[in-house]
Design a protein around this ligand. Structure first.
Ligand code: FES
Ligand SMILES: [Fe+2]
Length: 404
């Protein structure tokens, strides 16, 4: 992030801390709980937001060398992502062109060749069919037309984007928008090394998982003994652009930093940028690296989802040697574990209890406050794209409003 923007945001946080105010969405929002439970809506959102849209599936150094690969099954299409011999990022339908068996079953690794376990048709890292056993018995085959089916794929600012439909159009400009496109170029995501990855299968809708990242109002309560020790609660910056938005959370280090010359201010010391990439990505760069959180709906059950939480470390830290390396390793263990445990043991426990309430149907609606603008924007954006109205803004919550 450009330094002038960091200073602007830090000043905004300081003003709000001093005045005891927070960001203001300008209204409240009454949100139907059916958005977390409705099976038909869940089917439509999976189609529109997951099967017919390009997605960020990781960072560049998840494929850290030619012949590196990973597989992914979160978007309905089995995906094989590779870095070919020239270093180009590629993605394919992970289905054999003979009779459709899954070609690669490992989650990740390095391979020059992918051999289908069924009859051993073999593909290279560019997806080309390079081996067809007993081809004289099999019959005449133009191997060129039976390469692995390519998927639209693009690598930008250290992020890996794939469209799960071979005929889909991957429009990274549209996914990022001009603002994120520019700002992501400043974070050095392309140098960050994957250190840790957690997967949580949780009994809550994927949007409830996303919601938990949408405000700091809960820090002094839910995270009283954890995050609240290092963050001010109920104060943040918020800006949106199209379907995406960015929050800046406020670390307690701001109390010292405000007394330093502005030239020494650093948003990763005094704050935590939280980028929300519609529909399902939370990307948080911080001093040592970044967290990439991805939430995916369960294929049949609106009340379940999978969260994948990746911790990536800045290359220069990951490459540290000698005593510095030991320090870095300790920091890695602490950061990765703390963050994962807070999400799993605090945030997602709340998300599951919210889901349980929504499942009963006894609570038709919930309320997003004026200090929770990210939740307003996220659900309003979701509604607009899906052509529904799952919630509405109100100036005040009255008996009429919550029972209507
Ligand atoms: S299905 Fe893959 S080789 Fe036959
Ligand atoms: Fe939280």
């Amino acid at each position: 992030m450009r330094h002038a923007e960091q200073v602007r945001l830090l000043k905004q946080l300081i003003e709000r801390l001093d005045a005891g105010t927070n960001v203001d969405a300008g209204s409240l929002r009454v949100q139907s709980t059916r958005t977390y439970t409705d099976t038909e809506q869940a089917r439509r959102e999976r189609d529109l937001f997951f099967r017919q849209t390009g997605h960020c599936l990781g960072m560049s150094r998840d494929l850290d060398q030619p012949t590196a690969f990973f597989t992914n099954d979160d978007l309905g299409t089995p995906i094989l992502a590779t870095r070919d011999n020239d270093g180009t990022f590629r993605a394919f339908v992970n289905s054999c062109r003979h009779r459709g068996a899954l070609v690669e079953t490992a989650a990740k690794g390095t391979k020059r060749r992918f051999t289908c376990p069924f009859h051993s048709w073999t593909y290279d890292v560019a997806g080309t069919l390079v081996g067809l056993p007993k081809n004289d018995h099999f019959g005449d085959v133009d191997t060129e037309c039976l390469s692995l089916r390519p998927l639209p794929a693009e690598e930008r600012h250290g992020l890996l984007f794939v469209h799960p439909d071979p005929n889909g159009v991957l429009d990274v400009d549209e996914l990022l928008g001009a603002w994120f496109d520019e700002e992501f170029s400043t974070w050095g995501f392309d140098t960050m090394v994957p250190i840790n990855a957690d997967t949580y299968d949780t009994a809550c809708n994927w949007k409830l998982a996303m919601d938990t990242f949408g405000e700091t109002y809960h820090f002094s309560s839910l995270h009283a003994d954890t995050l609240f020790n290092s963050f001010h609660g109920n104060v943040q910056c918020y800006d949106d652009d199209g379907h995406n938005h960015r929050m800046i959370l406020c670390r307690r280090e701001i109390d010292e930093m405000r007394h330093l010359p502005e030239a020494d201010w650093d948003i990763t010391v005094a704050g935590l940028p939280v980028y929300w990439l519609f529909p399902n990505i939370i990307l948080m760069p911080f001093r040592a690296g970044a967290f990439l959180v991805r939430a995916y709906p369960h294929p049949d059950d609106p009340g379940r989802h999978i969260s994948r939480i990746g911790f990536y470390m800045k290359g220069e830290l990951a490459d540290a040697e000698g005593p510095e390396a030991a320090e870095v390793n300790e920091m890695i263990a602490t950061i990765a574990q703390n963050f994962a445990e807070i999400i799993r043991d605090e945030d997602y426990v709340m998300s599951s209890s919210q889901q349980a309430a929504a499942n009963t149907g006894s609570l038709e609606s919930i309320v997003f406050g004026r200090n929770e603008p990210a939740l307003h924007h996220y659900h309003a954006t979701y509604d607009a794209k899906l052509g529904i109205e799952s919630g509405y803004a109100v100036a005040e919550v009255t008996r009429d409003v919550v029972t209507r």
